[in-house]
Design a protein around this ligand. Structure first.
Ligand SMILES: Nc1ncnc2c1ncn2[C@@H]1O[C@H](COP(=O)(O)OP(=O)(O)OP(=O)(O)O)[C@@H](O)[C@H]1O
Length: 253
């Protein structure tokens, strides 16, 4: 009994992949995030859904330490982002909205430079690159220049790169922007599979409701405020998500 209780306590104490509490941020006097709070449980896919200008990218910039605020708290796997940004970032893989590949380098070279930045070298780095490329179905494109890949494959390369240091949580800021429907569906499916099959925690920013599944967690952000937070099914209450979103925000998705 004792052991059992001890184990239960231990399980309950595991911090969530991401916890955001009472975050406030403005550019000058213009407030862009207003008391934003939510958390993403370990191994969960959380969609951060908001129309243009909702504050998604600003929130990502705070989560990834590109900008700071004095109001509110961010914890990544229990590590405080303000006090220990390096440790917090070590838990994170990040795919930014704008592509950050060097288009003149090969796919493999893009990954190996990133590996070096993460302190990975030699055989270990090569093994991780092979695994990451295989996982993303890019093994046969390793020698191609990033410039010669289509948009979907460039995104796959960025996701492969973001996963190389085996993060606990993957953050993606509108990763399907500019992709055709097939590539969009492929990447959305793939990242959902990473959650269900490998227990990765995901925060996926989007303004497209068809990327959200009923079992996902959902945070609806509008004008910097959280309008809804729960499983997508709970938020939808049996209605189509595009109608719910339109009612909440006054904007089609
Ligand atoms: N550097 C900046 N200086 C001033 N205002 C900014 C800056 N960056 C963003 N904003 C404003 O902050 C608000 C939120 O922008 P943000 O880019 O975070 O939203 P978003 O949800 O990511 O939008 P999108 O889907 O269009 O990328 C917008 O009104 C935007 O104009």
């Amino acid at each position: 009994m004792l052991g059992r209780r001890g184990k239960l306590r231990e399980v309950n104490q595991v911090p969530p992949g991401l916890s955001v509490e009472h975050l406030v941020f403005g550019y000058g006097r213009r407030q862009v995030l207003d008391d934003v709070s939510f958390s993403v449980g370990n191994g969960r896919f959380c969609a951060l859904l908001g129309p243009n200008g909702a504050g998604k990218t600003t929130l990502f910039s705070l989560l990834t330490g590109l900008i700071r605020t004095r109001v509110g708290q961010i914890e990544v796997c229990g590590v405080d982002m303000t006090r220990s940004p390096r440790d917090a970032l070590a838990h994170m893989g990040i795919v930014f909205q704008q592509t950050t590949l060097d288009l003149d380098l090969s796919v493999r070279r893009n990954l190996s430079y990133y590996a070096a930045l993460r302190g990975l070298h030699g055989r270990d780095a090569n093994r991780r690159i092979d695994v990451a490329l295989e996982r993303m179905g890019l093994a046969d494109r390793a020698k191609d220049r990033a410039r010669d890949l289509n948009g979907g494959h460039r995104r796959r390369t960025e996701i492969a790169r973001a996963l190389m240091h085996q993060p606990d949580i993957l953050l993606l800021d509108e990763p399907t922007v500019g992709l055709d429907p097939q590539s969009r569906a492929g990447i959305t499916d793939y990242v959902h599979d990473l959650c269900s099959d490998e227990g990765l925690t995901v925060l996926w920013a989007t303004h497209l409701v068809d990327e959200v599944r009923p079992d996902d967690d959902l945070v609806v952000l509008h004008h910097g405020r959280v309008l809804a937070n729960g499983t997508a099914a709970d938020v939808m209450q049996g209605q189509p998500l595009n109608e719910v979103f339109l009612t909440m925000t006054g904007q089609p998705a």
